[in-house]
Each structure stands twice: as C-alpha cells, then as structure tokens.
Design a protein around this ligand. Structure first.
Ligand SMILES: NC(=O)c1ccc[n+]([C@@H]2O[C@H](COP(=O)([O-])OP(=O)(O)OC[C@H]3O[C@@H](n4cnc5c(N)ncnc54)[C@H](O)[C@@H]3O)[C@@H](O)[C@H]2O)c1
Length: 369
C-alpha cells in the first residue's frame, strides 16, 4: 500500500487555492490546479489535513471549499498537533521565514514556500540552515522552473543543441523586486543550469513627486530597509538587471512594464524561446554559416502540466527516497536566487556597482507580499 502524505497549509488566501478562479479557459500561462490545496488533491497519496489562518471566516470558507477538516487560527498549534509530512507556506513573504523554520524544527519532512522566500538575507540563511539541519526537502513557488517547456529549453542548452550557451534575455512586467522579479531571477538560473553567480548589477525605479515626496519604493538607510506606499509596503520596482555567472554565461532582465513575459535562451548557433508568459515555445538555429539567416529548430514535444502539482510531486519523491536536496527548487538554489535579488538592490544603492557574492549586507530588509 502506498503511504499517505499529510499536508497542511499556512495562509488560506489566493495562492492557497482560489487563485485557480483567476485563470480563464484557454489561458496557458499558469495551468490549473495552480493553488496549493487543489494541487495536493491532484497528487496521489497526498491529503490536506488542516489549514491555518487568523481570519476565521476566510479559513472556514477555504476549508469548506477544499474539504479540509482541521482548522486553526495559530499555525504553530496546527503543526504541533497535526505533525504533517508537508507544509505549504502561502502567507505573505514577511512571515515565510518564521513559518518555514518552525515547520522544519517541528517534524515537517517537506516544505513548499511561496515566493518571495523572505525579507532579508539573514532570514534566508536561517531558513537554509533549518532545512539542512533537519534534512527537510524544500521547493519554491517560482513556478516556471517546474514547467516542462522551460525544462526542455534548459535541456536544449545543456545538450549543445544551441551551440555554446551565452545567456538568457527576459522581457517582463515591472513587478516588485521580491514579489515579481523573484520569478525572473529563478527562471534565468534554471535555464542556464543553475550556475553560481559572479556579480549582479541592478537599476530600480525610485521616483519622487513634484515636492520630492517618494512615489515609489525607497531605501531608508537608518533602518536598512526599503519602504514605500505601494501595496507591498516598499518592495521596489526593478527596471533592469544584469547577472553574470562564474561559467561565463549571463542573464539580462528588462522589466519594462510591457507584460510580454518572453524568455530567450541564447546559444552561438541556436536559441530557444518561451512566449506569451509560458504559453508557447519555439527554437531557431542558424541556417547557413556566414550569413544572417535562421530557420526553425524543432522544439521537443512535451506534455505541459501545472507547476504546483510538479513541485508537490517532487517533494513527495524526495521524502520517499530520503533525498531532501533532490528537488528542482531546493533551498540551495532558492537561497542563491534570493541572494541575487538583494545584490540587485545593493547595486542600485551604489550607482550600479557590480555586487559580488556573498552579499555583505545581510540584514537589509525588503518587504513584499
Ligand atoms: N507563485 C505564484 O505565481 C504566486 C501567485 C500569487 C501569490 N503568490 C505568493 O503567495 C503568497 C500569498 O499571496 P496571496 O496572493 O495568496 O495572498 P493573500 O493575502 O490572498 O493570502 C495570504 C493569507 O495569509 C494569511 N495570514 C496572515 N498571517 C497569517 C498567519 N500568521 N498564519 C496563517 N495565515 C496568515 C492572511 O490572512 C491571508 O488569508 C505570497 O508570498 C505571494 O507572493 C505566488
């Protein structure tokens, strides 16, 4: 008989489940089940046994909808009482560290944390240490890395089909550094095979109004914290990023406000391209050396699937095999991507200087939702 994996969800909001309602028919960007509760229902052997949220009405609506028996206002009490195998952390980023660390220290075998990972590098260090100390499998909410189309792009690069891989170009919306660009940095790393970063340079929008008032995110040096009026409370909007990796590849993220979400993996003889925010994939190669003419390169066939389902399935497999590091979005990679995000913020503060790794300022706080 296959083992049952008991899951709990901390934070009964959109990404916990109801975000599925936001995807219309024919929308291929994010595939359903996209929310955590609905995705657990799609993974054989998994059962969501409880959820926690301090908003009582919301919690009951959520649990009624997904048929979840255990209901708690305090996630600590839930984890202690339910002793789950899997913990999904779908609160805002400011709470991710305390919940993930508590779960790791209280018996969870797998943790699935939404992006952004947390609010500071000190928090990221503590999450990584807790997961490693307790041998907890980890996956991250930056979903493109699980999507089969992006895995095919990465494989084309790794196999030499595109020639020598030179880098990734991303053309995307102007999301907050932590909230939105956590996705972009993670996808760039994934397409390149998760190399070590060498340095990062960033430029951030820090607009002011006619009287010099901040109309955008801004850095408060005394508090070592980004602040602002945005809904996220100061998550600054990235304009552009350049990330150089130690293997000589690089990633350019151009966050221009056009919501194109195009991702191109560039090699010397070919390129692979994801368009329309994960909806379609194609590749091209040089047709004839010496002249500027290219032709389609067959893109490998694949069956697309929800990233949330794949992330959960990977966690279950890692627990079953007792190989906690064997997930795609493991804590080492997620920590590395988070370190890049903080390097981009630091670079902006130093007029675009190249920021190497590890980043020195580990207590700078960047809030996000
Ligand atoms: N991967 C993706 O593409 C994607 C998409 C949407 C949201 N997200 C991420 O999911 C997370 C949640 O976003 P959302 O849009 O679902 O937000 P939301 O506001 O809809 O849900 C957050 C929930 O957490 C609850 N909460 C607050 N404090 C809590 C506590 N102490 N214990 C338990 N629950 C608590 C809130 O009451 C709320 O119900 C964020 O990190 C966000 O970035 C990821």
């Amino acid at each position: 008989m296959t083992r049952e994996y008991r899951a709990v969800i901390v934070g009964a909001g959109r990404k916990a489940g109801p975000i599925d309602d936001e995807r219309g028919p024919g929308d291929r960007a994010w595939l359903k089940p996209w929310g955590h509760a609905s995705a657990y229902q799609a993974v054989p052997g998994c059962r969501v046994v409880a959820a926690a949220d301090p908003l009582e009405d919301k919690l009951h609506r959520f649990c009624d909808r997904y048929d979840i028996p255990g209901r708690y206002s305090d996630y600590r009490r839930m984890i202690e009482r339910e002793q789950p195998d899997l913990v999904s952390v779908t609160t805002w980023a400011g709470l991710h560290a305390e919940v993930a660390i508590f779960a790791a220290e209280h018996g969870a075998r797998g943790i699935y944390v939404e992006k952004a990972l947390c609010g500071s590098l000190a928090e990221a260090d503590a999450i990584r240490a807790a997961c490693q100390r307790h041998r907890v499998a980890f996956n991250y909410g930056a979903g493109r890395r699980y999507r089969p189309g992006y895995c095919k792009m990465r494989d084309m690069g790794a196999s030499g089909e595109l020639g020598e891989v030179r880098g990734v170009i991303i053309n995307c919306g102007m999301g907050g550094l932590m909230h939105g660009q956590s996705h972009m940095v993670d996808t760039a790393m994934h397409l390149l095979g998760d190399p070590e970063p060498e340095f990062a340079q960033g430029y951030i929008h820090t607009e002011t109004g006619p009287d010099g008032e901040h109309t955008d995110g801004y850095y408060d040096a005394a508090a070592n914290r980004w602040c602002g009026r945005s809904v996220s409370g100061g998550d600054p909007r990235l304009a552009a990023a350049y990330i150089r990796f130690t293997d000589g590849t690089d990633a350019t993220i151009w966050a221009n406000g056009g919501r194109w979400y195009q991702f191109t993996l560039v090699g010397t003889t070919g390129l692979a391209h994801a368009a329309d925010n994960n909806s379609s994939y194609e590749a091209r190669r040089i047709a004839e050396a010496g002249i500027f003419r290219s032709e389609p390169l067959p893109f490998p066939a694949f069956e697309d699937e929800s990233d949330t389902v794949i992330a959960i399935r990977e966690l279950v497999a890692a627990i079953a095999a007792d190989t906690p590091e064997a997930t795609s979005g493991n804590i080492e990679r997620t920590h590395r991507g988070t370190e890049i995000l903080f390097a981009l913020a630091q670079s902006h503060l130093e007029d675009g200087r190249r920021i190497g790794f590890p980043v020195e300022n580990r207590t700078m706080y960047i809030p996000s939702r």
